[in-house]
Design a protein around this ligand. Structure first.
Ligand SMILES: *Cc1c(COP(=O)(O)O)cnc(C)c1O
Length: 375
């Protein structure tokens, strides 16, 4: 069988180190390691291995919660958007999930479901399925406004639920924007001041930049995967975060161009001199961004030694299965040469910045056809 040489490797030791780094910044907090979107493309199995020392995992879909349980995760799981329908509560109970309630409708569903349950189920639910009531502190996406928050809290408390408090920041990576972290934190503090329960607010950016918001449970996502919440690598360069994933492939062809020759669909690159073009087995159907312009960096050479290789700029439009790179300055580049699209040698943020997106989008877009190795 023929195998395309492209492969993603999940570096669980790096995930583990990044978690430690986040936890060390917040010594008084427990953690929800955020593994939504298939652990930002790093797979649930990879995340379980990398984040085994987290107190909990946070995600969106019950299917992945079920998978985590099946793979042996016995600690907490938080459903970040809670239930989407009443019957989800059967699974919430079966899988022992903490779950967010962000909307009136979810309370209505909960009350009606609860009433239909056996005493055993009711007791089990109250014991094993704590609620994280979400406050809309200014992001205006999910959550109760302050005025409605107290009523929701009391209704759930009266049912016998354990209720904790959660909110989410819109601009924790940029203090010049409104709502600011400080205004949101202030609203959160005021809305919850008379209620018992734990608090959780900080995403990666708040973990890095706003220690006052760390509270009882931090919710790191992107930083655990070695990328920057702002999308700019130099914002995290000094922290020691490590890439969670290597996306690597090989050169499958070399073309020698003369001045005036063009490359690829739309003739987006024209050679001005004799130019050596490497064709790489990676395209947008693998998750590489099609809109990456000429000049987006690629690492070519020995992937085990940063001194033995070099960066080369993309040249020509990324196609479905291939991309092309100007390797005129790399005499050793040849068919079979290893390539890193992003990872330990080439920060994903640098690729994202060139492609005018963020590391989040690139890692989540890793396509199912790319084989993944967990190490
Ligand atoms: C995705 C998400 C996080 C993690 O955000 P990062 O920016 O990746 O750290 C935290 N909390 C909630 C509610 C989220 O949806």
């Amino acid at each position: 069988m023929m195998h395309r040489p492209i492969q993603a490797t999940i570096l669980t030791q790096n995930l583990c180190q990044n978690l430690h780094l986040a936890k060390n910044m917040c010594p008084d907090s427990s953690s929800w390691a955020v593994i939504k979107a298939n652990a930002y493309g790093h797979t649930i199995a990879g995340a379980l291995k990398g984040f085994s020392e987290s107190e909990g995992l946070a995600l969106l879909d019950l299917e992945h919660a079920g998978l985590a349980r099946k793979l042996g995760w016995q600690k907490k799981i938080l459903l970040l958007e809670g239930i989407f329908s009443k019957r989800d509560l059967d699974e919430v109970l079966r899988l022992h999930c903490d779950h967010v309630i962000h909307h009136e409708e979810q309370i209505t569903n909960l009350l009606s479901w609860f009433q239909q349950q056996s005493i055993t189920n009711q007791v089990g639910f109250l014991e094993h399925c704590p609620i994280w009531l979400k406050l809309n502190s200014g992001m205006n996406r999910l959550g109760f406004k302050s005025a409605a928050y107290g009523v929701a809290f009391e209704v759930l408390k009266n049912l016998g639920c354990k209720v904790h408090h959660l909110t989410h920041f819109a601009n924790a990576d940029d203090d010049s924007k409104f709502p600011s972290v400080h205004s949101q934190w202030d609203i959160f503090t005021k809305a919850t001041q008379f209620f018992d329960g734990l608090k959780s607010a900080a995403n990666s950016a708040a973990i890095l930049h706003h220690p006052l918001t760390h509270a009882d449970f931090i919710r790191p996502g992107i930083m655990l995967y070695g990328a920057s919440p702002s999308g700019i690598y130099r914002d995290i360069a000094s922290l020691g975060l490590k890439a969670g994933m290597n996306l690597r492939s090989e050169i499958i062809a070399i073309q020698e161009l003369q001045a005036g020759d063009q490359v690829g669909y739309g003739a987006q690159f024209t050679a001005t001199n004799n130019t050596k073009i490497a064709v790489i087995a990676c395209g947008y159907a693998d998750g590489y961004p099609r809109h990456a312009p000429n000049g987006t960096p690629v690492w070519i050479g020995n992937v085990n030694n940063i001194l033995d290789g070099g960066f080369a700029p993309t040249a020509g439009r990324v196609s479905m299965d291939m991309m092309t790179v100007d390797v005129s300055h790399l005499p050793y580049a040849n068919v079979g040469s290893p390539v890193e699209l992003w990872g330990e040698l080439l920060p994903i943020d640098d690729v994202a910045e060139a492609a005018k997106t963020v590391g989040y989008e690139l890692m989540c877009a890793l396509a199912p056809r790319v084989s993944v190795k967990i190490v």
